[in-house]
Each structure stands twice: as C-alpha cells, then as structure tokens.
Design a binder for this molecule. Sequence first.
Ligand code: AMP
Ligand code: MG
Length: 306
Amino acid sequence: MTQITNDPKLTAKVLNTGGVVGLPTETVYGLAARVDNAVAISRVYAIKERPVHHPLIVHAYDIGQCCDWGFMSDAAQTLANTYWPGPLTLLVKRTNRISDQITGGRDTVALRVPNHPIALEVLQGLSVPVVAPSANKFGRVSPTTAHHVLTDLADEVDLILDGGACVIGLESTILDCTTREVQVLRPGFLAAADITLATGIAITPPSGPSRAAGMLEHHYAPLCRVELFETRDQAFEALSLLKLKGTTGEILDYGTDLAAYAHDIYDDLRQCDIKKIKVALCVLPPPIGIGVAIRDRLGKAASSEG
Ligand code: AMP
Ligand code: MG
C-alpha cells in the first residue's frame, strides 16, 4: 500500500531518488516527478494513462528557477511578479534545457509556482522543478485530497504527501504569453478581467489550434452522468422526472458561495460515484469570477465522450 506522509523532507528525498509522488497544491493534487528524470516522467504519463502529446506543467520553487526552463517575456514577468506563488500557469517559449517529453515536442513550456507551504518546502529541497499534472486518470475528476489520490492511483505512486484539502479546489488559470496578445487557454480561480485590472495586460479568448487539455471537449468527468441547470427549480423538476423513471439523482447546489462551489464540487462528484448515483444535477454558478471556471469544468464533465 502506498505510504501517505506529511513529511516534506521525505517527499523531496523520494523525488530526488527518481520517485513519483502525489503532491498537494492550492489548486488540486499533482502527480510529481523531477523534470530531469525521463524514467519517472514516463511513469507519470503511464500512471495517468495520459496521451504523450499532452504536455505537462512544470512546478518551480520561484521565478528565478523558472528562467532556466522558459524565456519569461515582459508580460510573463509582470504576471509572475503579480501572482506567483499562485494559481496561474504561464505558457512561454522554452529553453533548450527542458525535454520534449515535457513539452510534447512544442517550442513552449507551461510554468507555475504553486502557493502551498508544504509543496514549496518540497520544491526547495530539489535542485530542479517537478512536472505535476493532476494526480488522476486522464479525463477524470481531479483530486483535491490525499485520499482522492490514494483512491485513484493506489499502489501506482511511491508516496503521497498529505497537505490537507486543496484551498481552491480547481485547476490553475492557464495564460498563453507566446501569442501577440495574451490568451486564456483555461479559466481558473484568477479571472481574466481581474488580471487585466491588476496588471494592465489585455487578455483575449483562445484562438488557433488546441493547446491545452482544458481546451478538450470532454474532461474532468465522474462516472455518473452530469446534467447542468441554470436554476434550482429546473434541477428539482428534472430530479422528479428521473425518480419517476426509477433513476437515482442528486442535486449539487452551492447557492451564491462560489469559493465553496470550487472547493467542494470535485469531492461531491466523487461522492456521487461512491454512492452509485446515476445522475449529478448541478445548479450552475453565475458566470462571474471563478464561476466562469466552474462552468467550464462542468460543461466538459457534462459533454458526451469523444
Ligand atoms: P493538467 O496538468 O492535467 O491540469 O494539464 C495541464 C495543462 O497544461 C494541459 O492542458 C496541457 O495541455 C497544458 N500545457 C502544459 N504544457 C504546455 C505546452 N508546452 N503547450 C501547451 N499547453 C501546455
Ligand atoms: Mg488534469
């Protein structure tokens, strides 16, 4: 059985000896391996069952460390200064030091400094950053507790660092800083409008070919069917119809508390699967702030496969 620990030094040691570990961050739990260990990174792809052309986010200790792996443009530097450590991933041009295995052979690399005290302690104990995609099977619901990682990946990882429940609970905002205007590839806790207000950097919707798993149609999905509703009344009406057909359903509604929505939604979707509920009926948050990201994830969870 995979060991769960709360010791960052032990975690750094396992990574330094080529291990793959479940690592807490403020967004979701990551599946971490050192960026310079090709064998460990191959295991990350294999454990996640992730297609190898889907590149991995590099998690570093600070901005200085990031500069070895990617060229920080002026916009990237400003965004990093403003939001790191924090739930913001920046896509920048890569340096030669980063391997094709991490970037999927692209000329860009995705970088982030996570805002989690124990994760930063681990990263400080390494001489290089780690890759850390979400610690779940590809396409499924991201883990927001150490127990979720254990449930999903059981004996496949060498160690899980328990840093408590993720404070945010939703994946980072991804911004592409390599385009003429900065583009948002995946919405997250940090809303584009707020970033522009704070930094003066204009942010546009994505254009061109898909560059992030966040741009896939179907992702973040539990086993149960996910149905979406704008109002609680609509959800209750649909639940009544399901009951008439003998189908089990559960309403997920968080009112106006968007932070609680982000924090709880993945665990609640997992609970639906544990209880073998057939349909999760989600009452959507308003499309403001982190509500945009929640609607994005639930939209993908609800879309049919393929
Ligand atoms: P995950 O770590 O599973 O939350 O997914 C990380 C996201 O970052 C994926 O959507 C990747 O496609 C995206 N990403 C990471 N590196 C790159 C890159 N070099 N170019 C484009 N997208 C990237
Ligand atoms: Mg993921």
